[in-house]
Write a protein that binds this ligand. Structure first.
Ligand SMILES: [Fe+2]
Length: 306
């Protein structure tokens, strides 16, 4: 049948314990080096590496035939594929990330409760405060949504993931970003050109915009240095966002209300020129660190040594 989900990722950081504590606080359940979401199960592994990076990403496929097709396409691109009993894997050499494609069950999510909203001439919620304001439970991301990486050869990396693995391009910003999906989410992987490979951010789905705001505000209590960018709404993908910085320098995003693409025939991929609109519909000014990592010089030095 097809690829159907971004199942999990492994990230490498120099400061494992500090970074692990951060993701626990972010709302993921921790079991040693493994972190889970409420709907997606085990979706993040944190291991040691000299500089921060995406080590692997695991993509769920429906059946063994899918693995055969991916193997054929990757081999056609000259990529070496490692077969395993229920999975195959291959390294994308420019980003350094290993793609693992594995036969896995599809994710099933209990639908978020549709809460009543008032609007002009329409009072669906009467004589009651907005439920989103009354929540007190800690934020628990529902699932991993997407991962964004910088790569020194974005075109070659895109060929690997699109022509090889089978991702579909949902939208592009010319010379700056390719938004790609392996599920019905608008994007599960985003590649951006960069002088050095690095992990830009991981993104985690929460219930709604109230949870985006509430989650970020909780993370900022006593830690204002974690703030990166938010609250805002992206134009490409439509999602509400708030980005925070983990202790290794990776960004982590709470998001809600992303576009879904359930019928390829009904979605027209767009190509935008690099512009602020391509980055967001509304929100605070884009911080320079979103466009270029503050530790770029360190990352390049590490890449040189590695
Ligand atoms: Fe994002």
């Amino acid at each position: 049948m097809a690829l159907h989900r971004l199942a999990s990722i492994t990230i490498g950081v120099p400061n494992v314990e500090e970074t692990s504590a951060y993701y626990e606080e972010f709302g993921l359940s921790r079991d040693g080096a493994i972190f889970s979401t409420s709907d997606g199960g085990e979706q993040l592994r944190i291991v040691r590496s000299p500089s921060r990076r995406l080590i692997d990403l695991c993509i769920g496929a429906d059946d063994p035939d899918d693995l055969g097709r991916v193997t054929e396409r990757l081999t056609g691109l000259g990529v070496t594929v490692q077969p395993d009993t229920t999975s195959i894997s291959a390294v994308e050499i420019h980003s350094g990330a290993r793609a693992v494609i594995k036969v896995l069950p599809r994710i099933s999510q209990d639908p978020a409760v549709m809460e009543p909203h008032n609007g002009p001439g329409r009072s669906d919620r009467q004589n009651a405060r907005a439920p989103g304001l009354l929540r007190e439970l800690p934020i628990r991301p529902r699932k991993l949504g997407h991962v964004v990486i910088g790569t020194p050869d974005a075109e070659a990396s895109q060929r690997f993931f699109v022509d090889g693995v089978g991702f579909k391009v949902s939208d592009q910003v010319r010379g700056a970003a390719a938004f790609m999906r392996c599920s019905t989410d608008h994007h599960n992987l985003l590649l951006q050109p960069s002088p050095v490979a690095f992990l830009h951010h991981t993104s985690w789905q929460v219930e709604d915009v109230d949870e985006v705001g509430r989650g970020a505000m909780r993370m900022l209590e006593g830690h204002p240095e974690r703030h990166v960018w938010g609250l805002g709404r992206h134009f490409i993908g439509s999602n509400f966002f708030w980005y925070l910085r983990d202790p290794a320098g990776n960004f982590s995003e709470y998001y809600s209300d992303m576009d879904t693409i359930t019928d390829d025939q009904l979605w027209t991929p767009g190509t935008w020129e690099p512009s602020l609109r391509a980055l967001y519909a509304w929100g605070p000014d884009v911080p320079p660190s979103m466009l270029e990592p503050e530790d770029l010089a360190d990352l390049m030095a590490a890449a040189h040594q590695g």
